[in-house]
Design a protein around this ligand. Structure first.
Ligand SMILES: [Zn+2]
Length: 104
């Protein structure tokens, strides 16, 4: 048995020891309010579909892959796919337009 085990359950915040884990747990909850470590600051979720689509395109243009876009914006993968597909079509139209304007 190690020294730590003989001492019982030691609180990592204030060094108090307890005879069992449940007491320690209760003590920690009461005396040391939980500080959520690494709480991820979540980006505000876009409120409208248009706003959502704009954010999808924005991220995509920044070089994010569709999966990252889905995770960042918490939108349905199908939504991202549709937005990007639409964008692709627009891009192609724009390219065609440019080519027609300037064949070289
Ligand atoms: Zn404590």
């Amino acid at each position: 048995m190690s020294e730590a085990e003989l001492a019982g359950f030691r609180c990592k915040y204030c060094e108090r020891t307890f005879t069992d884990g449940r007491r320690l747990g209760g003590h920690v909850r009461q005396s040391h309010p939980v500080m959520k470590l690494g709480a991820i600051q979540q980006a505000p979720r876009p409120s409208t579909e248009g706003e959502c689509a704009a954010r999808v395109l924005e991220l995509w243009r920044e070089g994010q892959d569709p999966l990252t876009v889905v995770e960042t914006l918490r939108v349905h993968p199908r939504f991202v796919k549709e937005v990007l597909k639409e964008y692709d079509e627009l891009l192609n139209e724009w390219k065609k337009f440019r080519e027609a304007q300037d064949p070289r």
